[in-house]
Design a binder for this molecule. Structure first.
Ligand code: ASP
Ligand code: CP
Length: 298
């Protein structure tokens, strides 16, 4: 489970079905002992914690691994860290790392790896929980209009969601500061001004500005107020949205920047629903990844 674009539509649908079953109370436990470790080289609240909860719900043995007190700090490479965990009996690692396609290094290691986010690349478990949330709302993807707004250039959520949503028949539009739409940033991306976009879409997906990825790029820096006024979901813009349109955001949220504080928990917001779905989507992902390696659940 490295990028959602590797998955067939059938496999995506199977994951969504499993996630839906788990959300409705289906209980499955690993038949044998399965050891898993969550390695987060970048900060996380939702992904790390929801994988942890999902693993425990599936009866997996979660082995604590804290990067900040590990031998990574003595210069051990990512490859050696993962190979070491394999030698110690870990069957599956969930990894988040700032390096795009970090998983290419593990080709020779016989271990299951789930990508918890690779730099600006992909965020497959976020994609599945987002698809789950959209499906719960509309029951389909075909023909839906999805607007993705903000720092699309640096957001692994924007890029990976756009790809899979298009594959499933949705129409994807983008908005935000134009310097984040350099040629080639978004394959076949259609840019629409924020005021036009909010009126048109069924799903408005807002993004956090990825400040941690802007270090060497001064021109990307905008004040919070200016960003909110020009590109954020203000209370005024929200009033122009379609009756049944929903608001999504992968979070963490910078309230008052990409979205007005009062809208984070408004009626059309599904932001906390996305988080709730995250546990079930990750249970489905773990189950599938482990079944592919011959582990059984009952
Ligand atoms: N949490 C998401 C990610 O890790 C989105 C974000 O951080 O803005 O990509
Ligand atoms: N949405 C998401 O990936 O959140 P975290 O960065 O807190 O894991």
């Amino acid at each position: 489970m490295l990028k959602t674009s590797d998955l067939s539509i059938e496999k995506i649908n199977n994951l969504l079905q499993d996630a839906d079953d788990f959300s409705k109370g289906k209980v499955l436990k690993a038949k044998d002992e399965v050891y898993v470790a969550n390695l987060f080289f970048e900060d996380s609240t939702r992904t790390k914690t929801s994988f942890d909860v999902a693993e425990r719900k599936l009866g997996l043995k979660v082995v604590p691994f804290d990067i900040s007190v590990s031998s990574v700090n003595k210069g051990e490479s990512l490859y050696d860290t993962v190979k070491t965990l394999k030698s110690l009996g870990i069957d599956l690692c969930v990894i988040r790392h700032k390096k795009e396609k970090f998983y290419d290094e593990f080709k020779g290691i016989d271990i299951a790896v789930i990508n918890g986010g690779d730099g600006t690349g992909n965020h497959p478990s976020q994609n599945i929980l987002d698809l789950m949330t959209i499906q719960q709302e509309f029951g389909k993807f075909e023909g839906l209009k999805i607007g993705i707004v903000g720092d699309v250039k640096h957001s692994r959520v924007a890029n990976s969601n756009a790809e899979v949503l298009r594959k499933l028949g949705a129409k994807v539009y983008f908005s935000g500061p134009e310097q984040w739409f350099d040629e080639g940033t978004i394959i076949n991306g259609t840019y629409v001004s924020i005021d036009d976009l909010v009126k048109e879409v069924d799903v408005l997906m807002l993004l956090r500005i990825q400040h941690e990825r802007h270090e060497n790029d001064e021109k990307m820096k905008l004040s919070a107020e200016k960003y909110h006024r020009q590109f954020g979901l203000t209370k005024e813009r929200e009033k122009t949205m379609k009756k049944n349109a929903i608001i999504m955001h992968p979070a963490p949220i910078n309230r008052g920047v990409e979205i007005a504080d009062e809208l984070v928990e408004c009626k059309r917001s599904r932001i906390f629903k996305q988080m709730e779905n995250g546990v079930f989507a990750r249970m489905a992902i773990l189950k599938t990844a482990l079944e592919e390696r011959g582990f059984e659940f009952m």
